[in-house]
Design a protein around this ligand. Structure first.
Ligand code: C2E
Ligand code: CA
Ligand code: CA
Ligand code: CA
Length: 276
């Protein structure tokens, strides 16, 4: 009882201290990784559901650490966001991915669309639109080939600065996709008020699509909603031929998942592209 009483006063438990130390260590390591240019981009194909053609790719961040090996975003993005380092890391990823997509477009003669994940912190820095504009100019990627994937929470900000950022991006010709659609806020208000081009159905609804009638109904409803608003609909996490068949029957435009390809480094991903 005495121990418990004591703990009540302690703002900082040893467990919290350990967590803070780990977080600070990660932050220091990420800073160094930025200086040493250790972030790389892996690419995963987006495939046209009807034809099976590769029409684009999603850029996924990886940290190639000399000590830890290949570190996945789940292990560093949260700390990058909390510490604000995400703006610098995101810029590196965006530049690398745009440069690569521009090269692929030149080499294949195809208008492959590039999707890049963007966090709220990044999108709402005052200079974000300028950063995107500069990167597109430097890399020569047509704005129409770039799509930014944001989560629902990002478009729920209803302040005017946020709204302006999205409108300016749309004016540039850059597209906007709502990632993990259906998992966030239940309000669909933003669909009416923001310049959105694509809905990306979360993997959680795709997984059991052949076994769970509710999931199939939800996916069908998202496809109808998207299409009646003139939006393109993408399913993520497609792993089986059965899931693909359902998505085709439901009219989902694009699919992405291990069934077609796992995220891979540029050279490996390039083997999937339609070479002339
Ligand atoms: P996300 O945007 O929802 O990306 C999809 C995740 O699902 C990726 O994990 C991808 O590798 C994985 N995935 C793809 N197909 C399948 C499949 O068929 N089955 C299963 N089980 N998983 C599949 P990853 O690469 O580990 O990325 C995790 C998350 O990290 C992403 O989720 C995204 O939110 C974030 N992220 C990745 N790269 C960036 C980035 O450059 N910037 C920001 N802000 N976030 C990023
Ligand atoms: Ca995404
Ligand atoms: Ca997603
Ligand atoms: Ca997801």
């Amino acid at each position: 009882a005495k121990e418990r009483g004591k703990n009540n006063y302690q703002m900082f438990t040893p467990a919290m201290q350990a967590k803070t130390n780990l977080r600070m260590e990660m932050e220091r390591a990420l800073r160094q990784a930025l200086e040493r240019d250790e972030f790389v981009v892996h690419y995963q194909a987006k495939v046209e559901t009807v034809s099976g053609r590769v029409v684009g790719m999603e850029a996924l961040a990886r940290w190639q650490s000399p000590g830890k090996g290949l570190v996945m975003p789940g292990q560093f993005i949260p700390v990058a966001e909390e510490s604000g380092l995400i703006t610098a890391i995101g810029k590196v990823i965006l530049r690398q991915a745009c440069r690569q997509a521009s090269r692929w477009q030149t080499m294949t003669g195809r208008d492959l669309r590039l999707a890049v994940n963007v966090s709220a912190k990044q999108l709402y820095q005052p200079e974000f639109v300028e950063t995107v504009e500069t990167i597109l100019r430097e890399t020569g990627l047509a704005p129409g080939l770039l799509e930014l994937e944001v989560t629902e929470s990002v478009v729920m900000h209803q302040d005017t600065a946020a709204n302006r950022t999205l409108l300016e991006l749309a004016a540039l010709g850059v597209s906007l996709a709502i990632d993990d659609f259906g998992t966030g806020y239940s309000s669909l208000y933003y669909l009416k008020h923001f310049p959105i081009d694509t809905l990306k159905i979360d993997r959680g609804f795709v997984r059991d699509i052949g076994r769970d009638a509710n999931d199939a109904a939800i996916v069908g409803a998202i496809v109808s909603l998207g299409h009646s608003l003139g939006l393109s609909v993408v399913a993520e996490g497609v792993e089986t031929a059965e899931q693909l068949a359902y998505l085709r029957a439901l009219g989902c435009d694009l699919c992405q998942g291990y069934y077609f390809s796992e995220p891979a480094p540029a050279e490996q991903f390039a083997e999937l592209l339609p070479w002339p």
